[in-house]
Write a protein that binds this ligand. Structure first.
Ligand code: ZN
Ligand code: ZN
Length: 393
């Protein structure tokens, strides 16, 4: 075997050993974050635990990057290339860590500390980014806009799930807030004096239902009515709703946005209720999977005895702010199986699964495969060049 290849194999064995060395601390981090679920932008405990562990292990820490108090950057090594490992650690309202971000955090930290020897041997930087509020506020978008990821050559993270997948499909997604303003009146005595804001909302939702039959397969429009009136004997003067519009690409998202607003304008015209609407200022971008990077990761995870799903397999899709990162930096967002396929994400069952033995094994395997991929990227300039060439296309 050539010396270079031998060194790579030795380093892959070494990073795996390093993950093993940190095993109990990583599991403890995962359990602590899980037991203390913190919502987006309030992840103070997780921030403290993760950054102090990295500091103890020789990383240089900068908290509050991008103007977000619970975001951080932790760096080991120096110079180019810069390989980024991203951590998420926010929980969901009511259901806690039902998306298993405790596993993302622990696996990323594990990969980071295990990758120190890679930077020591080859040079280059291992940069860990703590990215808050993935679920509610898209922290990575704010960090991107602030230039926090400038200079990064490739970015990776692993999300827990029910299958081992190197690539995922994530849709572009934007939020919409709707308000209808009508006119109150006695619903029985003088209905003719009223303008019914609830009827406008119901009409619009029915129009969206009709629209939905004829939109592209992967597009989604869904929402809730958050205000529908005050009393049954008063014509509702006000109604409000929240919707999400999703599409496989940004161009179709724009097209769909107009079609959805047409539904609400139509209802406004029909009922006389005035429409006010607001699109969210930032949106999730679709995931641009870097296949060269995904192949490396897939090979490494497979070498740990996990069976990978084929790249072309499709099992539903959501949206993630890693999609926004993937539009500007070569990136992957693989999933690692920690539960059986019938356990839905964002459920209390998944929250329980996120602290199971399978979850611990998942976070350790994810840490190993990520660190082994860091070996590939820092070890051979031509490997990283391939990843970047694919991205440039
Ligand atoms: Zn989630
Ligand atoms: Zn998630």
């Amino acid at each position: 075997m050539a010396k270079k290849a031998l060194m790579k194999a030795e380093l892959k064995a070494e990073v795996s050993k390093q993950v093993e060395y940190h095993r109990s601390s990583l599991i403890e981090l995962s359990l602590k974050i899980h037991a203390n679920p913190e919502l987006g932008f309030r992840e103070e405990k997780a921030l403290a635990w993760l950054t102090s562990y990295l500091k103890e292990n020789g990383f240089q820490i900068e908290k509050g990057v991008g103007g977000l108090p619970t975001a951080f950057k932790a760096v080991y090594g120096n110079g180019k290339p810069v390989i980024a490992l991203l951590a998420e650690y926010d929980a969901l309202p009511e259901v806690g860590h039902a998306c298993g971000h405790n596993i993302i955090a622990a696996s990323t930290i594990g990969a980071g500390v295990a990758s120190k020897c890679v930077s020591d041997n080859y040079g280059g930087t291992v940069a860990i980014f703590g990215t808050p509020a993935e679920e509610l506020f898209r922290g990575k978008v704010t960090m991107l806009q602030a230039g926090v990821f400038d200079g990064v050559d490739a970015a990776m993270m692993v999300h827990p799930g029910v299958r081992n997948m190197a690539i995922i499909e994530a849709l572009a997604c934007i939020g919409l807030e709707i308000e209808f303003f009508g006119k109150a009146a006695h619903a029985a005595a003088h209905p003719e004096q009223g303008i019914n804001a609830l009827e406008a909302m119901l009409l619009a939702f029915n129009a969206v239902n009709s629209l939905r039959q004829h939109i592209k397969g992967k597009a989604r429009v869904h929402g809730i009515i958050t205000h529908g009136g005050e009393a049954a004997n008063v014509v509702p003067a006000y109604s409000a709703a929240k919707l999400l519009v999703r599409a496989p690409d940004n161009a179709y998202l724009d097209e769909l946005k107009q079609k959805v607003i047409n539904c609400f304008n139509g209802a406004s015209l029909a009922t006389g209720a005035r429409l006010d609407y607001k699109w969210e200022e930032t949106s999730y971008a679709p995931m641009n999977n870097n296949l060269s990077l995904a192949r490396l990761f897939s090979h490494n995870l497979e070498s740990l005895g996990r069976k990978m799903e084929p790249f072309e397999a499709q099992f539903g899709f959501g949206s993630t702010d890693m999609g926004n990162v993937s539009q500007v930096i070569p990136a992957i967002h693989p999933t690692i199986a920690i539960a059986s396929p019938d356990v839905p994400l964002h459920s209390t069952d998944f929250a329980q699964a996120a602290v199971s033995e399978a979850a611990h094994k998942g976070l350790l395997d994810a840490a190993r495969a990520l660190a082994m991929t860091v070996v590939d990227l820092l070890g051979e300039p031509e490997t990283l060049s391939k990843v970047k060439e694919e991205f440039a296309k």
